[in-house]
Each structure stands twice: as C-alpha cells, then as structure tokens.
Design a protein around this ligand. Structure first.
Ligand SMILES: *[C@@H]1O[C@H](CO)[C@@H](O)[C@H](O)[C@H]1NC(C)=O
Ligand SMILES: *[C@@H]1O[C@H](CO)[C@@H](O)[C@H](O)[C@H]1NC(C)=O
Ligand SMILES: *[C@@H]1O[C@H](CO)[C@@H](O)[C@H](O)[C@H]1NC(C)=O
Ligand SMILES: *[C@@H]1O[C@H](CO)[C@@H](O)[C@H](O)[C@H]1NC(C)=O
Ligand SMILES: *[C@@H]1O[C@H](CO)[C@@H](O)[C@H](O)[C@H]1NC(C)=O
Ligand SMILES: *[C@@H]1O[C@H](CO)[C@@H](O)[C@H](O)[C@H]1NC(C)=O
Ligand SMILES: [Cu+2]
Length: 633
C-alpha cells in the first residue's frame, strides 16, 4: 500500500524512525574485549582435530566453524559409520562429529538471507576408495546416500545440538556447483557435472543454473556450456550493478539473471583460474573511496592449454602460474595485470582480512587440484611442491609493492587439494584439510590431514578497539548509528579516530580455493573527537543496494590504526528471503575533533545539530515519496 503523506505525517514518520533508531541503541552490543592470549604473529598454531578432513569449511556463529568432507573412512564414527562432517569451537578447540546423510563430495555452499546455510550437490554413494557403493540407499561400509541432487540445510548454533537436514532435492545432479547469495537472500546454484572426474566432459556436464528457493527448471548457461572441459566450480560474484559475474575456462561474462542474457567480457589472460587450475580469487573490498565499485582479483592457477587437460602427461610437475589480474566488470570489460605472485601457486586461497589486506596461503608450486590413479601422480595428487609460507597483498600499496613476504613463519603442513581456510571473528584465519586421495590415506605422500591451524596476522596482539553501541542488524540505507570509542581504543590519541573504519565482512563458504560469497564492505562513517580524548563514530547502514552486500549474516569490525576489534555477527537486511527495502541514506554529521589544547571546540556539538537538522530537511524533501512508501508499505 503506497500512501502519500503530508509534512505533518512526515514528522511523525520521522519520530517513528527515531524510535526505531532508539530500538537499535537498546539492542546495541559492545565488541568483545581482547583475544584471550597473545600469540606469535605471522605464524600458525595447531588448534585441534577436524574429525572430518576440511574439504569445505565455513564460519557459522561467532564461535563455530563447520567442516564438511566427502564420504570416506574417517576414524571418528557417528551413528555407526565414519563421520564426514563436524563442528569446531574456536573457544574450546573441541570438535563435534555431525551427520550429513548424503555424500557431500565437492559440494557448494552459501548462506540464505535468513541465516540458514545451504550445502548443495555432491557425489553418488561410495564405498572404500571412493568407488560406487553397492547401494545408493545406504548400507555398509559408509551408510551414505547419493548426494548428487542433495540440498542440505543447517541453522548454525552454539548449543551443540544443531544438525544438517535434507530438504527437497534439485531436479538435476550437480557435482562441483558454485553458489552465490542474491539480492533477495535467495541463492543461485551454477554448473557442475553428474558423476565427476578430474575435468568435465560433454557427456556429463550440467551447463545450467537454478535457484533456491526454486524459480523453476534449470536454465542453460552458454558460458558453462562453451568452456569444457574446465567449467567445474565456475567463479561467480554478485555485482553492485545487479549482474552476476561468471568466469569459466578462459571466458568471462556478465549474466543478467532476470533476462537470462550473458554479455561477454575479455577472455582471461595468462592462465586458467577455475578448478582444477584453482587460482586464488576474491572480490576486493568495496569502500566509499572506490564508490563501492567491485574489482575481482585472480592470482596463480595454471596455463595448461585446453586440449592438454584431457591428455595423460606429467601434470603434477607443470609449474603453476604466477600471474595476478584484476577486472572491474561494472566499469570495464578488460582485465588488467597486477603485481605477479613472487612464485607460481595453484590452490592458493585468498582470504580478505578486516584491515583491507588479502592473505594468500595454502597450495603448491606445481601441478593442479584433483587426484587420480595414474603413473605420474604423486601418490594420487595432481600437485607437488607445497607452499608452506603465506604472503600478504595490500591493494592500497603502490604497484610493484603490493605483495609482502617478509616475516611470515611457515606452516609444517602441506595444504594441497581439498584444503580450505576462513577468517575468524578475532581476525585470525582458520586453516584445515588437504586430502588428494580417493579415501583416507595416512601414508600417502600427501596424506589425509586432520590438523587444524590458525594463522595470526600482524595485528593480532595489539590492543583491540572495544567499540560500544554496535547494532545487531544493518538495514540498506536508513538512520545512522553512533559507536563510542575510548581514548584507549584510539591508542591514546584522539586523532586516531581519523583512521577508523567500520567493516562488514562475509567470510564465505571455503572449498576448492574459493570462498563463495566472501566480501568486505566498508560503511560510510564520520566522527566526533571529544575533549576527553574519546570519540564517537557516526556510521551509516549498508549502502542501499543489496548487490553491494547481499542479505544474511556477516561480521562487523571497527578498525582503528589498522587494528580490528573482535568481530560480532550482525544480520544484513531483514533476516528474511524477500526483496529488501532500500531506505534513503542519511547525511552524516561533519567530522571534527574538539581541541584539547585550546579548550575550544573546533567543531561544536551545536553546529553538528544544526548540520544534521539541515540534512534531515534535505532528506525529507528529497525522499518523502520513498520514505512514505517504505514506512507504510
Ligand atoms: C530460511 O528460508 C528457507 C527457505 O524458505 C527455510 O527452509 C528455512 O527454514 C528458513 N530458515 C529460517 C531460520 O527461518
Ligand atoms: C584408485 O585407487 C583406489 C585405491 O587403490 C581404488 O580403490 C580405486 O578403485 C581406483 N580408482 C579408479 C578410478 O581407478
Ligand atoms: C567516485 O565518485 C566520485 C564522484 O563521482 C569521483 O570523483 C571519484 O573519482 C570516484 N572514485 C572512483 C575510485 O571511481
Ligand atoms: C606457460 O607459462 C610459462 C611461464 O610463464 C611460459 O613459459 C609458457 O610459455 C606458458 N605456456 C603456455 C602454453 O602458454
Ligand atoms: C596410500 O597411498 C600410498 C601411496 O600412493 C599407496 O601405496 C597405498 O596403497 C595407499 N593406501 C591406501 C590404504 O589406499
Ligand atoms: C549521534 O551523535 C550525534 C552527534 O553527537 C547526535 O546528534 C545524534 O543524536 C546521535 N544519534 C544517535 C542515533 O544516537
Ligand atoms: Cu574436490
């Protein structure tokens, strides 16, 4: 229902809005204080046993990481068969085996706008060695069911009693599908194959996409259809323009999901980036400085030519690519070269950190993802020469100086095919998995790996800001909120408030060198520095465009002098799968620091009020239609 309202009604609408802002204040949280212990920074620590090898991992609550493996002979049992899923607690380092029923082998995942996680697709039921089981309906030894069409759901919890459950399956089989959460909190599921292999082939390709909740039968995707044999786990991102970016084989397109039209962009230079070349990839942070324009970065992979993917040759010793490229698809169809990796890398995960840098870890110097039984594989691994040492990329550093190598301690664990990594709320990075074997093998050159590591970035031991007044939910546009920081949060200098950034991050679903859905969005903010050295950040809600940050759970950080607070989980959007309301953006108070030296206020509170009253007026005049539509719908 759309009502046009009089200025008087507008006033009461604004009063309502202030009430809802007050509601936010009442529901506000303070950031948790400090990490419990100081750690050796730029280094790894062993933090437990994953029970199921970490092929797929994601952060589900502020404390719990969910681990998903393929069906295999893991030593920990659940309900009388090996467990191939688990839940790890960051606070206790304990792991709980979980039942997932169907074979989750090379599935995809993402989170719905209402906070429920999906895990989609997989392989048929198997027996020892990954061979097809005698029955697709359960039974010894693994008692797994066919997972090819499965849609599994989980509502993550801290109570230790949430479990995966199956919902109505897809109409087609998808092994190696990629998922992305869309602007309304639903999910698109792209590509895959029916029965798996090192690379895909026309006999079993599923070159289509579909949605969850379902919007009808699968729809043909020409780019997936035309990029055999390297079109599994296509690399996809929802863009601020509302289009879906798809990269598969050497090709790139923008998909208009409403009209089902693909517009080609430039072919990928230098190397194949999708599985099994498996380049690191990420959307770079979306910030007010870059006008929330998305750039996507790819690093490493393999330049194996199209015909050679299906030939038998010494793939494990083929040097991985060192090329890094970036594309800004809403602005330009062309890739641009970035500083290359100092050494070639396949399967090097790129993990966004809250301070705006990108951590690169895991992977190998030669070969590709995948495994097989051939004369040339290393055990069964298609890759060799693990990279044990991480690197850091700073997108803000000048060209030729973006990668830093110095000061990083090495891991002791090869993280080869079927390893994964995700950011944790305290800004450390969880690393698990590695299993280039058809079943559990503890004696292979690259054995099945259960050790979990945590990597501690350089900021880890610094005193963390403890911002007060953080919201539990962020709307798209709408009233700004105030976050307080003490003098200690500002490192003893009120001027540090000028460096403060409020960052909303999705950590994503990590598997096969992708973190599906991972992204970082900096909220607009301004500040008031107080005479006592404390300060207030005035923080806008999410930009009013769900293509910038699709709805669903995310972490919220306040970063001061490059040091992030401990992230809290917030809900982006309404918490429902629905078209999200886009509210007008409020102008923020002008930034200013009240001077201590002179005892005079450089920018007075009164002038702020006047300024903000003016903003309200502009806001009312400009957006009265929109406001009435939103408030009275
Ligand atoms: C989220 O939506 C899905 C699809 O409608 C539904 O199955 C699921 O139960 C919902 N989750 C919550 C927490 O409401
Ligand atoms: C690969 O080797 C494993 C272990 O030896 C065996 O169980 C499996 O059948 C083989 N797979 C294929 C596809 O040959
Ligand atoms: C962002 O937009 C402003 C105003 O239109 C423009 O001046 C600026 O160059 C843009 N910045 C980027 C990084 O595109
Ligand atoms: C692959 O990359 C290497 C190293 O950059 C280069 O020497 C070689 O020519 C490339 N091969 C192909 C087939 O492009
Ligand atoms: C483990 O891998 C090694 C090396 O490939 C192989 O010789 C051995 O048979 C494998 N063990 C099992 C149990 O498959
Ligand atoms: C935020 O702070 C500003 C300036 O101190 C004040 O005018 C405003 O009322 C505050 N807003 C909220 C929602 O607390
Ligand atoms: Cu896989």
């Amino acid at each position: 229902m759309l009502l046009l309202i009089s200025p008087k009604q507008t006033e009461s609408a604004l009063a309502l809005c202030l009430l809802c802002a007050a509601g936010y204040v009442l529901a506000a949280r303070n950031a948790p204080g400090q990490p419990k212990r100081a750690m050796k920074v730029n280094a790894f620590e062993l933090v437990g046993n994953s029970i199921a090898s970490g092929q797929q991992v994601f952060l589900g609550t502020e404390d719990k990481v969910y681990i998903i493996d393929k069906t295999e002979n893991n030593p920990t049992q659940i309900n009388g068969h090996p467990a191939w899923a688990a839940e790890w607690s960051a606070s206790s380092k304990q792991t709980r085996p979980m039942e997932v029923i169907t074979n989750t082998f090379c599935a995809g995942g993402s989170v719905l706008g209402n906070g429920t996680w999906l895990n989609v697709g997989g392989n048929q039921a198997v027996t020892y060695g990954g061979d097809p089981a005698a029955s697709q309906f359960g039974g010894a030894p693994y008692n797994d069911l066919d997972g090819g069409q499965s849609i599994r759901m989980l509502n993550p919890c801290d109570s230790g009693d949430c479990n995966w459950f199956l919902v109505a399956p897809m109409t087609t089989r998808r092994w190696y599908p990629t998922l992305a959460t869309l602007q309304d909190g639903s999910i698109i599921i792209v590509g895959g194959c029916t029965f798996g292999d090192y690379v895909n082939n026309a006999g079993q390709s599923n070159p289509t996409y579909e949605f969850f909740p379902s919007r009808g039968p699968p729809i043909l995707s020409p780019i997936i259809q035309n990029t055999l044999p390297v079109n599994l786990y296509p690399l996809i991102w929802v863009l601020p323009s509302g289009k879906l970016f798809i990269q598969s084989g050497w090709k790139t397109v923008l998909l208009d999901m409403d009209k089902n039209i693909e517009t080609p962009l430039q072919d990928m230079p230098d190397a194949v980036r999708v599985y099994p070349a498996s380049a690191g990839n990420t959307m770079l942070p979306l910030t007010p400085d870059n006008n929330y324009t998305a750039s996507i970065m790819f690093c490493g992979g393999s330049n194996i030519s199209t015909e050679r993917w299906t030939q038998q040759w010494d793939i494990p010793h083929w040097p991985a690519s060192s090329s890094c490229v970036q594309i800004t698809p809403d602005q330009s169809p062309n890739y641009v070269e970035l500083d290359p990796l100092p050494e070639g890398r396949t399967m090097g995960n790129l993990i966004l950190l809250p301070d705006g840098r990108v951590l690169c870890l895991n992977g190998a110097k030669t070969g590709t993802a995948g495994y097989g039984n051939t004369s040339f594989t290393i055990g069964q691994s298609y890759a060799d020469q693990p990279h044990f040492t991480p690197l850091m990329y700073d997108p803000k550093a000048p060209a030729n100086k973006r990668w830093s190598l110095d000061g990083f301690s090495s891991s002791i664990i090869p993280r080869m095919y079927h390893s994964a990594a995700t950011l944790l709320p305290d800004g450390s990075v969880f690393v698990a998995g590695s299993n280039p074997n058809s079943d559990v093998n503890t004696t292979a050159p690259y054995p099945t790996e259960y050790r979990i590591e945590r990597f501690y970035p350089s900021y880890y031991n610094q005193r963390r800001p403890e911002p007060q007044g953080l919201p539990n939910q962020l709307s798209y546009g709408g009233s700004y909120f105030n976050v307080s920081l003490t003098l200690a949060d500002l490192f003893g200098n009120v001027d540090s408030i000028q460096t403060a950034k409020v960052i909303v991050m999705r950590t994503g679903f990590s598997t096969h060198t992708m973190n599906m859905g991972m992204r970082s969005v900096q909220l607009q903010s301004s500040f008031t520095g107080n005479i006592d050295g404390s300060a207030v950040l005035h923080v806008n809600q999410l930009p009013p465009n769900a293509g910038i940050m699709p709805p669903g759970p995310a972490l919220l950080f306040v970063v001061v002098n490059g040091v992030p607070s401990i992230g809290i989980q917030v809900m982006c959007g309404s918490g429902k799968i629905e078209k999200q309301s886009m509210l007008p953006v409020q102008s923020l108070p002008t930034s200013g620091i009240n001077s201590q030296q002179t005892g005079q206020q450089q920018v007075s509170g009164t002038s702020f009020l006047t300024h903000s009253a003016k903003n309200w007026l502009v806001f009312v005049m400009k957006y009265v239609g929109a406001v009435s539509a939103i408030l009275f719908l």
